[in-house]
Design a protein around this ligand. Sequence first.
Ligand SMILES: Nc1ncnc2c1ncn2[C@@H]1O[C@H](COP(=O)(O)OP(=O)(O)OP(=O)(O)O)[C@@H](O)[C@H]1O
Length: 354
Amino acid sequence: MLKSLRLLDFRCFEQLSLEFSERGGIFIGDNAQGKTSILEAICVLVRLQSPRAKTMRPLVRFESTGLGIAGDCWDRDLAVRFSRGTASLHIDGEELPTQNTFLSQSGLIVWMGNEDVDLIRGSGGGRRRYLDFICSQLDLGYRRALSRYRRALKSRNLLLKDRDPRDAELNAFAEILIEHGDYISAVRDRVVQLIEPLANAAQKEISVSDEQLAVLYNSGSDGGMREALAATAESERRQRQTLAGPHRDDLKLAINGMPAADFASEGQQRTIALALKLAQGEALKAEAGKTPVYLLDDIFGELDPTRRNALMDYLPTEAQKFITTTTVDWMVGEWEPWPLFEVSEGGVKRCLAE
Ligand SMILES: Nc1ncnc2c1ncn2[C@@H]1O[C@H](COP(=O)(O)OP(=O)(O)OP(=O)(O)O)[C@@H](O)[C@H]1O
């Protein structure tokens, strides 16, 4: 669990220091006050990754040149510093040489936000990011494989843009794609198999019905990367891009046997998004043996009371949860004793004791 969080020049916060209990807390405030930024800081501190920025630069407070995030996580003092394009990572005061060393000692995160509905109706890129976030938490080699694959893919696609690309160069990059592509596919395939029954069970509970949710891995390199590249060799010359590989993977989502993007109602789509994230949490717990911290960004206001209560009941009781909201109108009964933090103009006030 996360016992404390300290921010320096992170997004709209010049300085912030917060202490948390085992339950976590609810951050309440008007729009644009900094609620999501606090959840984002937790995600970056624990997983070195923001759910809404690709690089660290946008996280640095305007007019500042660097940022700091630190906190007591799972009884270790984690710290992430970023200054003028360079990041440094510390655990218990010791600087760590690589992101993987840091991540192997850090914790696990499930992020749930309103934008999760794009997992159903959006493009394959969002679903691949969903898989990547789980796979990189479960498999230490995954991030490295993904970054090498992406670099090789970029170079190979650049070569294919040439009028007459040289075979030797294309093949050299293809070998890198084969090595890392097969690794990525194997991890994704395993993770989807883990998630499928968990998501189906969560779908039934949250929808309070017998809806069947199917989650299938649709590989962009079926039969193996080498064979898939050979099969697309001619067309890739014409289309001037690499046409096989994990960058073309997708997840097929079906509700009662019908494609979810085409047939699921708005409410069903929101439930599927919740089910996928709940399944992520359970898969992480089952495989890594640690309960993840749940970061729930502004999702409760969008759910009807039945789904809201079903979701709350489904989240593991022992998990620490951080929730953002603009109103507490929907909080009744068991919500009341939660630690509340009022967020306003880059400041946070603890306003209700547990
Ligand atoms: N790098 C930055 N430096 C300073 N301020 C920033 C930076 N990035 C974003 N902001 C500002 O921080 C404020 C808080 O943003 P945040 O998304 O955390 O708000 P929020 O309370 O979650 O809002 P909402 O309820 O609308 O989602 C916004 O006004 C945003 O423009």
